[in-house]
Design a protein around this ligand. Structure first.
Ligand code: GLC
Length: 652
């Protein structure tokens, strides 16, 4: 948009740029900046317009974007242009991701490069490497306490090696996703050290207070993220005799984005990682970016403005790079991280689908799909050019972030129901085969979350220990069903490393003092590659799960209906145990898929009358695209076996 005041300010900023920037060929940079500048100016003005140095700060923002554009390699710039032409490139059904801790999967970057054929054997073509930036030697919140945002841990490799691996991934058509921890630094980061040394400039990067007056005001409304291990949101630092805001662990200092210098530093860091060859950046803990007394300090409007600004600037410098919002918040809040009041995504193009994840675990425990159906029905439609990251397990805990109104609507009491789920997954409930642990119990509110690996939560550990083959078979069926849903729901499926071979809980963390109190380490495995090799022996648990997931991936990639163009329709069916939706591709080769899941341990009937008006499915024989089988049919009823997941298409 052309607006005179912003335009004349842009001209002043460009006139003032250093000669070494002006001399460069910045054609693409300038055209994109021209397109986005009015938005950048308006948003920056909303956050910092009252400051006397507003124009100078905005000038610095533009300079950072220009310098990183200059630093961007010709190869990456060419990818940017190709993705601009094919701007919905990431919505296709061909993408399948896996998240991993590098040291657990393959030790280091060399190991990752060696194991790329393994990922390709499975069909994975997007790798999310959990944080590898330099962090403290002891506790580091699994890498989420960063000492140096521009360097990786020596144990992972060197920056040269990282760029080399990024180039190898590009050659193999595998996307690289890296974390950028926006909300905080470790207390050993140079900024924190200089703040402690008394440098005012860096003290202003954080929330530091001389006494408890302001912290106490904040605490009135701020929830606790790690109530068991890091209660409260402030930590007293005796070296500077001040209270520091530490929402997560006491060694993670929250950055203060009301200071524009912080925003500009973090933009520079985001663009730096884009230039190292990351295709996608996972922006950590984005709900927490803005703090305001009297609020929960989560999901504030300003946090969204920060993300829009970062996106607008990234589009100018590196438009091929996507953002993932890691916002594990209420379903109606998550969706806002794509952007509000917009047609296409304007904050993050991708968001963790934490709602689906929690609802799937609900369906597994209750053996019915009541809350799942209700929760999905309540999910607002997402924007165009935006997609979900669908996952069932990750390196974190499972939070039971359902909407209370939905829980009530399906006839449960919210508190009692959440308690049931925690009991079910931690094995406190008598009939449960799950082997999880409690995470983040809050004695004040009674809230709790759940840790544990997919296989152990799904009952596989219990079944293996009891040597109960029928139970093992039904757990494998359930694990494949959950993966089938990730593949077909709409969005990018994100597998979690180890789940593809049924990895059980990793108890070893309890022996490590830096980890013992954080049960999320239960689900952060270290690969035993000799066990992984059993995927080649017929009949092993590893082979059955690996081959099952591999098949799901291959079939997903062949079905255009699974590309994510808001082409899912949930179908209300009369049987509570079933979760049924259609996926339709209407352009090119028309394809209609009826996705049916039975969450119950007994066969369940699907009344084809429930599919009224969807004549693609009510006529002729249906066939499962995964197995090639046709479900048993009697008259107008299909029988869906226990825990079975079908992708039904009209039989040829
Ligand atoms: C994100 C990460 C989690 C970490 C937290 C604080 O939620 O996924 O592992 O503890 O941010 O950085």
């Amino acid at each position: 948009m052309y607006e005179q005041e912003a335009h004349s300010l842009l001209n002043t900023i460009l006139d003032d740029l250093e000669p070494d920037i002006c001399r460069r060929d910045l054609r693409h940079f300038y055209t994109r900046l021209g397109a986005n500048f009015y938005a950048i100016y308006t948003l920056f003005n909303r956050l910092y317009g009252q400051r006397e140095d507003f124009e100078q700060q905005l000038g610095r923002l533009v300079e950072v974007a220009a310098r990183q554009y200059i630093a961007r390699s010709a190869e990456l710039r060419a990818i940017d242009q190709q993705r601009e032409r094919d701007h919905e490139w990431f919505l296709g059904q061909q993408w399948v991701g896996m998240a991993m801790y590098l040291n657990g999967f393959a030790n280091d970057l060399d190991g990752l490069a060696r194991h790329l054929p393994y990922l390709q054997e499975l069909g994975v073509n997007m790798v999310h490497v959990l944080p590898i930036m330099e962090c403290p030697a002891g506790a580091s919140d699994g890498g989420y306490a960063v000492n140096d945002f521009r360097n990786i841990m020596a144990s992972a490799g060197t920056m040269d090696k990282l760029r080399e691996v990024a180039a190898t991934l590009r050659k193999r058509d595998i996307l690289l996703t890296l974390d950028v921890v926006l909300n905080h630094t470790s207390n050993e980061h140079e900024w924190a050290r200089r703040a402690r040394a008394g440098e005012k400039q860096y003290q202003d990067y954080y929330y530091l207070y001389d006494d408890r007056t302001v912290p106490d005001m904040f605490e009135e409304t701020m929830p606790e993220v790690f109530p068991q291990t890091a209660p409260g949101n402030f930590t007293y630092d005796e070296r500077i005799n001040k209270w520091v805001m530490t929402v997560f662990n006491e060694y993670q200092w929250d950055l203060n984005y009301s200071n524009p210098a912080v925003l500009i530093e973090m933009l520079d860091i985001i663009l730096y990682w884009a230039n190292q060859g990351a295709d996608i950046l996972r922006l950590d803990a984005v709900a927490f970016l803005w703090k305001k007394i009297g609020t929960t300090c989560q999901n504030e409007q300003e946090a969204h403005i920060i993300l829009q600004l970062l996106k607008d600037c990234c589009q100018v410098t590196a438009p091929g790079v996507l953002f993932i919002a890691e916002a594990i918040v209420a379903p109606t809040e998550i969706i806002k991280y794509f952007g509000e009041d917009a047609v296409i995504a304007k904050e993050c193009e991708i968001a963790y689908n934490a709602s689906l994840m929690a609802l799937l675990w609900d369906a597994v425990a209750t053996k019915n799909a009541r809350l799942l159906n209700r929760g999905i029905l309540s999910l607002p439609d997402k924007l165009d050019r935006a997609t979900w990251l669908n996952y069932i397990r990750c390196h974190d805990d499972i939070g039971l972030g359902f909407d209370d109104a939905d829980i009530r609507a399906v006839g449960y009491d919210p508190h009692a129901h959440r308690q049931f789920l925690v009991d079910y997954y931690t094995g406190a409930w008598d009939h449960s085969p799950a082997r999880g642990q409690v995470f983040g119990f809050n004695a004040k509110t009674g809230d709790a979350r759940i840790s544990g690996s997919l296989a152990s939560l799904a009952g596989l550990q219990d079944a293996i220990e009891r040597d109960d083959e029928p139970a093992i078979a039904s757990c494998i069926e359930l694990i494949l069903t959950l993966h089938g849903l990730l593949m077909s729901f709409g969005g990018i499926p994100l597998l979690y490393y180890g789940d593809e071979v049924g990895t059980l809980n990793n108890d070893a963390f309890m022996l490590d003092a830096d980890k013992a109190k954080d049960s999320r380490w239960l689900n952060r495995p270290t690969y035993d590659w000799s066990r992984v090799a059993r995927r080649r022996e017929r009949g092993t648990v590893e082979q059955r799960i690996f081959d099952g997931i591999k098949r799901l991936i291959a079939v997903r990639k062949s079905m255009s209906a699974f590309a994510d163009f808001n082409n899912r329709e949930l179908i209300a069916v009369s049987n509570d145990h079933l979760f049924v939706f259609t996926r339709n591709s209407l352009s090119g080769a028309r394809e209609h898929v009826l996705v049916v899941t039975n969450f119950n341990d007994q066969p369940q009937p699907l009344d084809l009358g429930d599919l009224r008006n969807r004549h693609h499915f009510s006529m002729g024989r249906l066939q499962d695209a995964i197995s090639g089988e046709s479900p048993a049919q009697a008259g107008d009823t299909l029988m869906i076996p226990p825990y079975r997941h079908y992708w039904l298409v009209a039989a040829a």
